[in-house]
Design a protein around this ligand. Structure first.
Ligand SMILES: Nc1ncnc2c1ncn2[C@@H]1O[C@H](COP(=O)(O)OP(=O)(O)OP(=O)(O)O)[C@@H](O)[C@H]1O
Ligand SMILES: [Mg+2]
Length: 292
């Protein structure tokens, strides 16, 4: 066992004994604060957000599902950027550079608690490094890290890269379920098929598909076709929506920035299917944040 593996193993043992605590005085360049909660072991749902083709909306969806599960459903959620060579999730949630990342956990064996950041929604983020010098972090260790994170979460969401490289396959191995994001074009659907076939071969459950960035042309017949070709149910249809672009520019999940937008309403339908619970009626995110 090398030094990093040993460190990961030690952290895991500490977590299992319920002793790990976030490093509250660790310095961070990020405005996002460190989590203050103590670890609590539970049976987690580890959901990989996958696609075949790139750029279909995985990171957007992960950020929104994570923020809503944490804030609206009040669950203990960690969103992990499994893109160790092309970070993205952290940016969608507020910052580009993070002092400590999953790459540091893998490469240098730093404590996970030092690389977890608490988003205002309550979501905990394990970002990836945007520094090209960190891209040599061994992607096969993503699973080890996720296994540890999952010991103190209700949900772990893995924002995976496109294609079936080591980062994605390690993420799939760490997960017990997955959601596959597709766009309404055949290239996206066919590449997703390869991913679904791979996931099935690993005996992992495909919760279903998210048909993202649709226009008015999608009808029942089209949806049925997609379900047949990919042998998976369409869980949600999220239209092309300029409010999504606006939310990414402002680095605030659209479910909270524009909760009544069409994209948000459809993401809430997806959340209801994932949790099996109606979307909770809570005070608006901004009202709570600013004490209105
Ligand atoms: N429903 C939507 N409406 C409008 N724009 C969207 C929607 N969903 C995603 N986008 C846009 O699509 C682009 C790609 O989204 P995102 O980064 O989430 O994709 P990705 O699948 O994570 O990409 P990659 O494979 O490169 O990681 C973003 O610029 C985002 O603004
Ligand atoms: Mg992405």
């Amino acid at each position: 066992m090398n030094m990093v593996d040993k460190k990961l193993q030690d952290i895991k043992e500490e977590v299992m004994q319920g002793e790990i605590k976030p490093e509250t005085n660790a310095k961070t360049d990020s405005k996002i604060e460190k989590p203050a909660e103590k670890a609590k072991p539970k049976k987690p749902r580890v959901i990989a957000v996958l696609s075949g083709k790139g750029g279909v909306g995985k990171t957007t969806l992960t950020a929104n599902l994570g923020a809503a599960l944490a804030y609206d459903y009040n669950r203990n959620v960690v969103a992990v950027d499994a893109n160790t060579t092309s970070a993205g999730l952290g940016l969608y949630l507020g910052e580009y550079f993070y002092k400590n990342t999953i790459n540091d956990v893998i490469k240098r064996g730093i404590d996970l608690s030092e690389a977890l950041y608490c988003h205002p929604s309550g979501l905990k983020l394990l970002p990836a490094s945007a520094d090209i010098a960190d891209s040599d972090a061994d992607p096969k260790k993503i699973k080890q890290v996720v296994d540890i994170v999952s010991t103190y979460s209700d949900f772990v969401l893995l924002d995976c890269p496109p294609t079936l490289g080591d980062e994605t396959t390690s993420g799939i191995e760490a997960s017990n379920e997955c959601i596959v994001v597709v766009n309404p074009e055949w290239a996206s659907l066919l590449e997703a098929k390869r991913t679904i076939d791979y996931v099935s071969s690993k005996k992992k459950s495909v919760l279903g598909l998210v048909l993202n960035r649709t226009n008015g042309d999608i009808d029942e017949y089209y949806v049925k076709n997609v379900e047949e070709v990919l042998n998976s149910p369409v869980l949600a249809i999220i239209p092309e929506d300029n409010y999504v672009k606006d939310s990414i520019e402002k680095r605030v999940p659209v479910v909270h920035l524009h909760p009544k937008s069409e994209a948000s309403r459809n993401m809430k339908v997806l959340l209801e299917k994932i949790t099996g619970q109606a979307f909770p009626k809570r005070k608006g995110f901004w009202q709570t944040l600013f004490g209105m």
